[in-house]
Design a protein around this ligand. Structure first.
Ligand SMILES: NC(=O)c1ccc[n+]([C@@H]2O[C@H](COP(=O)([O-])OP(=O)(O)OC[C@H]3O[C@@H](n4cnc5c(N)ncnc54)[C@H](O)[C@@H]3O)[C@@H](O)[C@H]2O)c1
Length: 270
């Protein structure tokens, strides 16, 4: 069901790789809520071609941009403004990648060259996007920016490895830039800390299935789905949440504040 929450709003969605992507589901939800969109992803991801299906269904152009490349980001924002014929109301940052995890390197044996790339792609990219928008004055007053994160920024999940550090940095960038953008243009910036979700990035974490089942049993409401996350992001882009900024918002069925559940105790007693 649609509530027309985003009628007339214009947004950029980073990170729709395939239909499992949280960004993919968010694009669909925002479109259903009345938004006009631009889709973007890294040139290498665009070559897969999947995104063109999404583009057709949400009537959005696709503009390639590597989030670590300032020229790409400038071009993306300039072309988006040209496409919309106005400034931008919201941005979803749904980007993450760990080179060390991908190359099978443990947290205690990091390659620092990979590590720098991980932090750049997964965390400082939010700063790069925001600074580019700031310089171009690309966002409307009361605009909204959301980046996706994970609770490994606060608590240890060993196999999440260097991505935990990347998420801690990402959340800090959201707070720090949230201050400046709030002061300058009433733009709000938040992170959404999502339950484990079966996507390409998610399944890259070692032991993901067990981990997902554990989180589900540890959450009073169960794991939040990608579709639920998309709906939450749409609300955060809407005028219903104008005074929410600089927050890390847990969207996890209650996992973050649960010490233990009966299901876990029963399993331990077996
Ligand atoms: N899946 C989960 O369990 C989970 C849980 C909490 C948070 N998150 C976060 O949600 C976000 C989206 O991930 P997802 O789970 O939908 O997986 P996904 O693999 O579908 O999305 C990750 C995206 O990042 C993009 N990307 C990687 N490098 C890039 C670059 N250099 N430039 C531009 N884009 C680049 C990929 O192309 C891909 O589209 C990530 O920040 C992830 O950490 C995921």
């Amino acid at each position: 069901m649609s509530y027309n929450l985003l009628k007339g709003k214009k947004g950029i969605i980073f990170g729709a790789l395939d239909e499992k992507s949280i960004a993919w589901k968010t694009a669909i939800r925002c479109y259903e809520e009345g938004a006009s969109l631009v889709l973007t992803n890294a040139p290498v991801a665009l070559r897969m071609g999947e995104i063109n299906k999404l583009a057709a269904s949400v009537q959005a152009p696709v503009i390639g941009a590597d989030v670590t490349n300032m020229d790409d980001l400038k071009k993306l924002l300039e072309e988006s403004i040209k496409h919309f014929g106005s400034k931008i109301d919201f941005i979803l940052h749904s980007v993450g990648m760990s080179l060390n995890v991908r190359k099978g390197k443990e947290y205690t044996g990091l390659d620092y060259h990979f590590n720098q790339k991980t932090l750049d792609i997964s965390a400082m990219s939010l700063h790069r996007v925001l600074q580019t928008a700031w310089d171009l004055d690309a966002l409307n007053e009361w605009g909204s920016v959301v980046a996706l994160t994970y609770i490994a920024a606060q608590r240890v999940f060993p196999d999440y490895s260097e991505m935990a550090d990347a998420k801690a940095l990402l959340e800090s960038v959201a707070r720090s830039f949230g201050y400046h953008y709030g002061m300058r243009k009433k733009v709000r910036i938040n992170t959404v800390s999502q339950s484990p979700t079966r996507t390409t990035a998610g399944s890259g974490v070692k032991g993901f299935d067990g981990f997902m089942a554990y989180a589900d049993k540890m959450s009073p409401l169960g794991n939040a789905s990608g579709e639920d996350c998309a709906a939450y992001c749409a609300v955060l882009f809407s005028d219903m949440t104008r005074m929410v900024t600089m927050q890390n918002l847990f969207h996890d069925g209650g996992f973050s504040l649960t010490g233990v559940t009966e299901a876990i105790i029963n399993q331990m007693e077996k």
